[in-house]
Each structure stands twice: as C-alpha cells, then as structure tokens.
Ligand binder design. Structure first.
Ligand code: GLU
Length: 266
C-alpha cells in the first residue's frame, strides 16, 4: 500500500546516533526533525518513537554505561531531558507532545495491547504527538524475557499494534546495502526489499555508535516482523531528512530502502 492518502498513520523511529552526537544533544537535528514531522502531519497521522534516553543521560552524568543498572539510571536522567527538548521544539509548531513509555508486556496480551491502544487513540484524536520509548528504567532489554532491548523492534510492534501502515526508521546509515558499505566500496543500496532471509538475520550486530543498540540486524528483524504483518518499512539516514520527506510527500524514492510485500517498479 503505497498510496500517500491523507490521514494515513505512520510511525517514525529516530535513533540515538541521530539525536546525540559528541556527547551533546543535537538540538539542530531535533529542530529539523520537528519541522519534518510538522509538515508530514498535513498528510499523515504521526507517532514518534525516540531513542536517546541513555545517550542524553550520559551528557549529564558520566556513568559507566556498560553496567546495566547505570544504563537504567542514565535512561532515567536522559528521558525527561529529551522530552523537555521535544516539548519546546514542537511548541514552536503548535504541537503538543506526550510521553509514552512502553515495555514488551504492553503487547503481550490483547487486553494489555488494547489498554495501550486506547490511550494512543485519544492522543491522536486530539492531534497530540505521542513520543514513545521503551521504559528502559524498568524494562531492561538485556534481560531478554522482559524487554524488546532495542527500539527498532519496539517500533515495529508499535506500527503493527497501533494500526500504522508504515514504519520509517531514521538511522545513521543511508539504506540497506547488499554488502557492508564500510568494508566494501562496491556495496550497492537495495531500494526495495520484499523478503528477508534467515541468514541475513545472523550477521554480526555492529551498531556504529556507542549508544546505538541496533545495527542493521535489529532493523532487519523489525522489517521481517512488519513484512509478515503486511506493513511497510522505510530505512533512511536521519542526517538527511529530505530523503524521507521526498518519499512520503513527493513519492520520490532515490535513496533509502523500502521493505514491502508489494512490488514496485521504482
Ligand atoms: N531505549 C534506548 C534509549 O532510549 C535505546 C534503544 C535503542 O536505541 O534501540 O536510550
């Protein structure tokens, strides 16, 4: 489903590496993101999934982030900092923001999912921008049974369970390539991917950034989940927001990877 009709619900996920750079929250980039979202809202209903709590916490307090409890504490420090910035930046666009912290439990039964969905619907009906993160302070993803552990998969669940049709991941990579572009200069960008094979999910997870949890594997897992549920995912670089803008607003797809079960001739 690639029709960019009015009132289509989409989820945008922005990674830590985009929001925080050189141990500073990158305000200019958050402003650019807010501008894009304000524009997209003329055609789409937008839900934002934002990482960056731990990285933002680290800008305030230098705790050893390899220790899980420290990471939880950093998330507790960073999450309100990020939300404060989002509130200020979106206020300039007259957009009210809301913080929604989720855990895997919120999607583990119909009742829990409905509960989260009810609140989401009220926010969206009232034109509020929900900003979601995993509740890192208690949902320690590293303890696999408790959490998603990464926002790529969380945002795929958000897309499916909150009835969006597309997840746009803003990462620090341009697209999904047929080889690692850092190691192979001939690596080609894959524009449309309709299927993800098991072996692709076993590549080494190597996020480029010390605070990024994901790397390409978690993105592929998110894409696989979405393809299985007939949803789409678009992966592009969060440092080049034009790519997502052009894809969603102008139907132009020159960069970035679209994961879809539909076939296009793009
Ligand atoms: N929830 C984590 C944070 O906000 C990030 C997880 C991820 O980047 O996937 O710091």
């Amino acid at each position: 489903m690639n029709t960019k009709d009015k009132n289509k619900r989409i989820v945008i996920k922005v990674g830590s590496a985009i929001l925080v750079e050189n141990q500073r929250i990158n305000l200019a980039r958050i402003e650019a993101l807010a501008q894009l979202i304000a524009k997209l809202r003329s055609a789409y209903e937008v839900i934002l999934v934002s990482s960056g709590a731990v990285a933002a916490g680290y800008t305030e307090l230098k705790l050893d982030k390899t220790n899980l409890s420290n990471k939880q504490a950093l998330a507790a420090i960073g999450q309100p900092l990020l939300m404060q910035i989002y509130a200020n930046v979106f206020e300039k666009h007259k957009i009210t923001t809301a913080q929604v912290l989720l855990t895997a439990y919120d999607f583990d039964s119909r009742k829990h999912t409905q509960n989260a969905r009810n609140a989401m619907e009220v926010l969206l009906e009232n034109k509020v921008l929900p900003i979601i993160n995993e509740n890192d302070v208690i949902a320690t993803g590293e303890l696999k049974y408790l959490g998603f552990g990464d926002n790529d998969q969380l945002s795929a669940h958000v897309t499916h369970f909150f009835d969006a049709y597309l997840l746009a991941i803003l990462s620090d990579i341009d697209a999904y390539f047929d080889a690692n572009p850092k190691e192979n200069p001939n690596a080609k960008m894959r524009k449309v991917v309709t299927q993800i094979f098991e072996e692709e999910l076993h590549a080494e997870a190597t996020p480029n950034n010390a605070f990024a949890t994901g790397g390409i594997v978690t993105k592929l897992k998110a894409a696989k989940f979405l393809l299985e549920h007939q949803k789409e995912m678009f992966l592009s670089n969060g440092k080049d927001l034009e790519v997502l803008h052009d894809f969603l607003m102008c139907n132009i797809h020159e960069k970035g990877t679209l994961f879809t079960t539909y076939s296009y001739n793009s």
